[in-house]
Design a protein around this ligand. Sequence first.
Ligand code: NAP
Length: 492
Amino acid sequence: MGTLRQPRIVIIGAGVSGIASAITLQRNGFHDFVILEKGSDVGGVWHWNRYPGLTCDVPSQLYQFGFAPKPDWSHIFAPGPEIQGYLADVAEQHGLRSHLRVNAEVVAATFTGSQWQLETGDGNSYTADFVIAATGVLHHPAVPEIPGLSEFTGDIVHTARWDDGLETAGKKIAVLGTGSTGVQVVSALQPQAERITHFVRSPQWVIWAPMWLPQPAFVGAVLNRLPKVNRALYQAGMTGARLFTDVVTRPSWRRRAVQEYARLSLRTQVLEPGLREQLTPDYEPLCKRQVLSGTYYRALRARNAELVTTAIEAVTPTGIRTADGRHHEVDTIVLATGFRAHDYMRPMNLVGRDGISIDDAWAKGPRAYRMTAIPGFPNLFTVLGPHSPTGSIPLHHAAEVTARYITRWIQRWSAGEFDTVEVTEEATDRFESEVAAAMGPTVWNTGCNSWYFTEGGSIDLLPFDRATMESMLAEPDPGDFDFRSCASGTAH
Ligand code: NAP
């Protein structure tokens, strides 16, 4: 066996998937990598999102890396800053800082035939044998096109770009959007606002959950001392999470039970028939990304709060005019209007083999083989890319499994088996067809409109369980890929 080659690797993004990728590379002996991060620090969504009330509605003991357990979370559902701190600590403890370039947005990435050439907005360039695009799903804020929005004279803020200096206490606040973010921000701003008006285009089912529950300090202390017990707890959580995957992917009495609980959450917390009717969605619970909250309905029923379901007609310099002709005076507009979730690597100028741009390759929407490989883009892999299990499987785990899969390809490159590897169109079509077929019985497909849908009308999620995801990413399947060796110029 010859000497192993050391690849140069660029990881784009220092969020959950970028960190998982970097540490997985290190653990497999690959140290020549750089992490290019557009923001000023690590954390991805947990760096960018700082809105009041930001809390993760996934239990913290599951919302962590398997290789970096944190036994001592402050809450069962951790607040955003604590998660950001956790990710920064993991990066620190694993020596990632020296690999990290912050404020370095990749503006162009071009495949030159044997390697990748990348340019960052700060004027630097990088050459790589492999690119790992860990650019995130919920990254680009969606700003609605509402007439007059730019003429508003008060403050406008999107939740994903919160202005820490924004004064909200004692103000008349309008919140637009009722996803997980809108519900959290309304709950957090209502107590101090002079008046809060929640503009809701389509109500969401909101499952009652005690998001404020602390994790007792002694639990963290005990788990810290007993890592095996902590590991067993994590494994138990992963096993429990299977139930959630099952509920969303297959119709059963379990799904119906959770849906009934969602309806009960509304019935028991909102007793006023008119308000309850306004808050009742016209689609099945769980169809959109399920919202959890133990405070939202209470906040809405407060004396300084109002729910407005009449369509917004325009924003005026001093407020919002609805289709019924009413003018709502406000000081501040909070846009909890979500993300352009399917932009992935865009707007970077990503150009693959033979000059194919990602916009052309994805003209009908994002597609990738097993969530990670894109035809036309050799030696480039995505982590939490298209069809990732954002609505069903713990994300850190999905990122770790994908990073291990990518590392297996890099090991083969390192052993000299090929210079470039590219998934075939046929294998990608086959995977996309399998995904489309399996989408049938999922709850996401029961007649609602959500950010899960791409512009092409497909659902950008993984309709499989964890075991299936793990087995499809366990080992590379060479039959699904084309290989080239540059020295001999041969394809095989
Ligand atoms: P979202 O779920 O996409 O919700 C966006 C909201 O904005 C929807 O209610 C949408 O209404 C509304 N909207 C969009 N454009 C509008 C317009 N022009 N006029 C009026 N309303 C408009 O976004 P999100 O709440 O930011 O959540 C996105 C995802 O982030 C979540 O699904 C979740 O995966 C993640 N998240 C997680 C947590 C957590 O605790 N783990 C917290 C926050 C977010 P329509 O429904 O009518 O389109």
